[in-house]
Design a protein around this ligand. Structure first.
Ligand SMILES: Cc1cc2nc3c(=O)[nH]c(=O)nc-3n(C[C@H](O)[C@H](O)[C@H](O)COP(=O)(O)O)c2cc1C
Length: 199
């Protein structure tokens, strides 16, 4: 699949099944991710790859996170929700946490985050090119102090997202999307003449 087809065919697929990308394919996908543009070569991206049992084990962190948020909101976490949290990463054979660890550089933190977002998009497009489905998710977990602590993040670091990867079930329907960018193209700005003498 060429690059333009991979970009155009990428869709968020909620339900992903086995098989997921192999270890060699995951290495290829992460190689694509770290080919993203990166101002000042700050290399702020970090990836935590969850496969197999690690997905269920991390469910304990996700449950603890949801419990913490529920406590803050003054509501108990019922068992159905706790179970949902424990199983969250089991929705795909591979889940990649995409993290931004801010580097002590002159590069703006916003730009470091931009570079990591570009890496996440590369990961999605590369997965499409290899024939896999994917979805970039955030949700409560991406802003949770419990999850941040589990990853050992410092203040300023960011959980940019969780990229779920796997096979697209054959019965999946994806809507066609218009590829006409015209509605989002704005005119080139011109200097507006100043009011006043000589204006
Ligand atoms: C920063 C970011 C966070 C997202 N978080 C979620 C999420 O938590 N849950 C979800 O279902 N989709 C999430 N998405 C996917 C978007 O919902 C999806 O890209 C959008 O609906 C357009 O669909 P498409 O990706 O198929 O073009 C996220 C996308 C981005 C860029």
């Amino acid at each position: 699949m060429d690059a333009l087809d991979a970009i155009a065919n990428r869709r968020s697929i909620s339900r992903l099944v086995d098989p997921g990308p192999t270890p060699a394919e995951i290495a290829t996908l992460l190689g694509a991710a770290v080919s993203a543009p990166d101002h000042g070569k700050a290399r702020p991206w970090r990836f935590v790859v969850f496969t197999g049992e690690d997905r269920a084990r991390f469910g304990e962190v996700l449950e603890a996170s949801a419990r913490h948020l529920a406590e803050v909101a003054g509501e108990p976490l019922d068992e159905a929700r706790a179970e949902k949290e424990r199983r969250r990463f089991l929705r795909a054979p591979v889940v990649v946490a995409v993290l931004c660890r801010m580097q002590a550089r002159r590069v703006l933190q916003a730009e470091q985050r931009d570079a990591v977002a570009a890496a996440a998009q590369n990961l999605l497009v590369a997965a499409t090119a290899l024939g896999y489905g994917s979805i970039w998710r955030t949700g409560d977990a991406a802003n949770s102090p419990v999850v941040r602590e589990a990853f050992g993040l410092d203040a300023g670091d960011v959980i940019v997202g969780f990229v779920y990867l796997g096979t697209v079930p054959p019965d999946t329907t994806v809507e066609d999307r218009a590829v006409d960018p015209t509605p989002w193209i704005e005119p080139v700005p011109r200097l507006t003449p100043m009011d006043g003498p000589g204006g």
